[in-house]
Every structure is written in structure tokens, then in C-alpha cells.
Design a binder for this molecule. Sequence first.
Ligand SMILES: [Zn+2]
Length: 238
Amino acid sequence: MMARQVLTRDAGQDRDGANAAPIQRPISLANEVYETIISQLMALKIAPGARITVDNLSRELGVSQTPIREALGRLEGEGLVHKTHLIGFSAAPQISARQFADLYEMRLLLEPNATRQAVSRLTDETLAVLIEAAGVMGRRAKSGDERARYSQFARQDAVFHDLIVQTAGNELIRDTLAHQHVHFHIFRLMFHSRVTEEALEEHEAIVSAFEARDADAAERAMRSHIERSRDRLLPVFE
Ligand SMILES: [Zn+2]
């Protein structure tokens, strides 16, 4: 999901450069509003299940209701926001223990194997992009509060995992994982620095295996990362 958004934005900038089309403005405003709301959801500034009022957001972000409604409509389509007749919008509830178990079962079936495939299709360019994506996460932002950084890490994690699956080349698997919004849901479960610190080390192991073009090690490192991620979050349901 994330990588595609980046690509879309790049394409938009190219068009801007060529035509300076004014129609890009409202699109990018809606996009900015979307990014802001999704950050607030991930950082739990808007709690799971909490009501979201268009009026409040409009005042808080200093924009009209139109881009807010547009962004909320898009989030609704992605299942991250719910809309109830006569009540309005609310943040998607936290995933259940069962949904969590199912999600990790699916990840373990798909991602380690995709990581193995990715090694065989790895080019110098994709390797550089992967190293860069892992590096961005490790860089400590000097400004911004902890929650904002956490939300940024969550989104960068999504980009990293999507890049690997994209490199593997099976678009069906990539779409299946993207539609689950795995990182959105798991990062809302627990707000804790351990979640990010440990994940960084595990990502490093994955990147090292890619650098060595070692398919076995890459598959193993991804399986271990997903299992450990599951075990870090499991206490939420106890
Ligand atoms: Zn990860």
C-alpha cells in the first residue's frame, strides 16, 4: 500500500513539473489530510473505535469539510474507518485475538517464502532501495513527539515489507497482504519502544541476508521477525 502511495505522489509531481496543472492542488490537500488522519489513528491520538467528527477535524486541521470527507471516505474503503448510518465516522475497532492469530498465520505462510523469492530476483537497485528503507527507520527523528515517531516507524515498516514482497514479484500475494493493512492494525495494539527497537535489529538481519544473497538466511530471518513480532504483541490479548 505504502510504496504505491509514494509512486502515485511521484507521478503527480512529474505531472506538476510538466504542466503545472492546478487540478493537483485539491488532490494533494486531500492526500495531506489523509496522511494526517492515518498518523493520528496509528499514534492512537484517535483511539480504536472512537468517533471521528468532520467538524472537529475541519477545525483542528484548518481545512474545509470537503477534503476531510474525501480522506475519511478513502479510509472507509480501506476498512480503517467505519461509517454508521446517522452516527457518522469512527476509527476501526482494535483487531480481536482471533483476527490477530489469523493475520500472523497468513503472514507466516506468505512472507518468508516471498522473502526467499525476493533474493533470487534481487537487483543492485532493489537492494539499494531496501537498505535505504531499513535505514530510514533507524534514523532517529530529532523533532516530533514519541507518538508521531512511532506512527512514522509503523508506516515505514509497511513500506519495507511491501518492498520485499514487491521484489518477489507475485502481485496477488502483494495485494493480499496490502489489503489487510497489517502494519496499521498491529501497531495500534501496543505503543512501546521495544516494538520498534527489536524490530530494527530483526530488519538488519533480513537486510544482511539480502546483501549476502543468501535465500535460506533471508527466509529464516523473515520468519523469525514475524514470529517475534507476534510474541511481542501477544500480551495485549492476555
Ligand atoms: Zn518489520
